[in-house]
Design a protein around this ligand. Structure first.
Ligand code: NAD
Ligand code: ZN
Length: 377
């Protein structure tokens, strides 16, 4: 079958790879109908991780069940499903507590499992014609038959629940004010979720105009262009002392306004500035553990640069980590079915799998029209 294979820095190719097979009785094979490219894939694509050439990318997958193992009792051939990006067993201590992003049985570290991702276990990605899903009864969410809402449902694999998770970590409630740093796909979904949860004012910070406009239009956000104003100071002034809650949807690769340098702790420090005392923060942008081999000295010492003193003085709270997709995606699916959520507004392009290399390059440059790209195998 065809699949998107990582070959090195900014080099992905569509190649022939072996078809997946049922290896454990709890496996299922899914015929992929949509697989999205994610900002998280760019960490590997840009060569900033230890990803080995040969990895098949793709953790935002949906499709139709093609085949099930003898131990799969719930799913059956022909079921339409979306697959949470977390691979999880369903029965370890963390899965039992709904913390499927930290499953103890699918990976050696504590980072949990994911399809097609470095350091997240051996699971092949789904930017391909077929995907093997382990513990399939647990790791698939059933969808209504047919083709309706394809792109809405595709967003349930990662970014919609991840954006929602950010609002959950920050405890965004009715009437709260929120600052969302980053208007990429994850920031869009965080702002959208904040609106679903009844936030009164939502500030969204980025410098890509198209993305700021999207957040304004679909989430009622107040756009803040950090290339034009000092974003945290602007938000502080506009809210008379800071927002109740704040969200990091950028991570350690935060850029300065000129786009030249990355300042890994910038967003955390922005949040400390623009959140009111006793406020709450949700951090879903990616941070990597301190690593002497990291590309910049700041990244190598990342954990030292965060202003814990002001964080402490303001009595702020912070939640972090991979989203536990399973904890939210049934509920978010039902909002879509009921016509109360339409996360597909973020999808700007659908291209055949063969065009993945071009789509990666354009998404990486944050070109207009490439905010969220989905692949059609
Ligand atoms: P993206 O790269 O498309 O979006 C990041 C956005 O941040 C861009 O629009 C960029 O212009 C903006 N940005 C850069 N510097 C900034 C700054 N100083 N201030 C404000 N905005 C700035 O990626 P994405 O797909 O939206 O993902 C965002 C982050 O979320 C990534 O780090 C990704 O790995 C992470 N992520 C985490 C989870 C999770 O489970 N926690 C899931 C998916 C993605
Ligand atoms: Zn993703």
């Amino acid at each position: 079958m065809k699949a998107v294979v990582y070959r090195g820095e900014r080099d992905v190719r569509v190649e022939d790879v072996e078809d997946p097979t049922i290896d454990a009785p709890t496996d299922a094979i899914i015929r992929i109908t949509t697989s999205a490219i994610c900002g998280s894939d760019l960490h590997m694509y840009e060569g900033r991780t230890g990803a080995e050439p040969g990895i098949v990318f793709g953790h935002e997958n949906m499709g139709v069940v093609e085949e099930v193992g003898a131990g799969v009792s719930d799913l059956k051939k022909g079921d339409r499903v979306v697959l949470p990006f977390n691979v999880a067993c369903g029965f370890c201590r963390n899965c039992e507590n709904n913390k499927t992003g930290f499953c103890l049985n699918v990976n050696e570290g504590f980072a949990g499992g994911a399809y097609g991702y470095v350091s997240m276990g051996p699971w092949r990605g789904g930017q391909a014609e077929y995907l093997k899903v382990p513990f399939a009864d647990f790791n698939a969410l059933r969808l209504p038959e047919g083709e309706e809402h394809e792109h809405d449902f595709a967003m349930l694999a990662d970014i919609f629940p991840t954006g929602y998770h950010a609002t959950e970590l920050a405890g965004v409630g009715p009437g709260d004010t929120v600052a969302v740093y980053g208007a990429g796909p994850v920031g869009q979904m965080a702002a959208y979720s904040a609106r679903l949860r009844g936030a009164s004012e939502i500030y969204v910070v980025d410098k890509v105009e198209e993305r700021l406009r999207l957040a304004e239009e679909h989430s009622g956000a107040i756009p803040v262009n950090f290339a034009e104003v000092d974003a945290p100071e602007f938000i502080l002034d506009a809210t008379d002392g800071g927002t109740d809650t704040g969200i990091d949807a950028v991570g350690y690769q935060a850029q300065k306004p000129d786009g030249e340098d990355e300042v890994p702790a910038m967003i955390l420090n922005n949040l400390v500035t623009s959140t009111r005392a006793t406020g709450r923060l949700g951090v879903v942008g990616l941070y990597v553990p301190s690593d002497p081999g990291a590309p910049t000295e700041e990244a190598a010492n990342g954990r030292l640069l965060f202003d814990i003193g002001t964080f402490f003085e303001k009595g702020l709270k912070m939640g972090t980590g991979q989203a536990d997709v399973k904890a939210h995606n049934r509920q978010l699916r039902d909002l879509i079915i009921a016509g109360r959520a339409e996360p597909s507004f973020v999808v700007s392009k659908r291209v055949p799998l063969e065009e993945a290399p071009d789509a990666y390059a354009r998404f990486d440059k944050r070109e207009d029209g490439y905010t969220k790209v989905v692949l059609d195998p």
